[in-house]
Write a protein that binds this ligand. Structure first.
Ligand SMILES: [Zn+2]
Length: 86
């Protein structure tokens, strides 16, 4: 009559599941396993997009001083005109 030892099914497979994370690029849920070399991204594509975004940002930072140079030019122009010491 003691056949209810099957009631123990409350703690079974929950711990065997791999951790799931959201892909930072497309928000798709990804399994964090050593099978996935692109984690936390879901795929190579998403990883490359992210890297590309980074590269793009650093390019922009490098390009920005050009605007500052124009400002400096105007400033130098003003200073040169003001310092009429010749
Ligand atoms: Zn993705």
């Amino acid at each position: 009559m003691t056949q209810d030892s099957n009631n123990d099914a409350s703690h079974d497979t929950a711990n065997d599941r791999p951790l799931q994370v959201a892909c930072p690029q497309c928000r798709k849920s990804v399994e964090w396993t050593s099978d996935n070399p692109y984690r936390p991204f879901c795929s190579k594509r998403c990883r490359l997009i992210d890297l590309g975004a980074w590269a793009d940002e650093s390019h922009r930072i490098v390009g920005e001083p050009a605007m500052d140079e124009a400002d400096l030019d105007a400033l130098i122009d003003k200073l040169e005109r003001g310092g009429d010491n010749r």
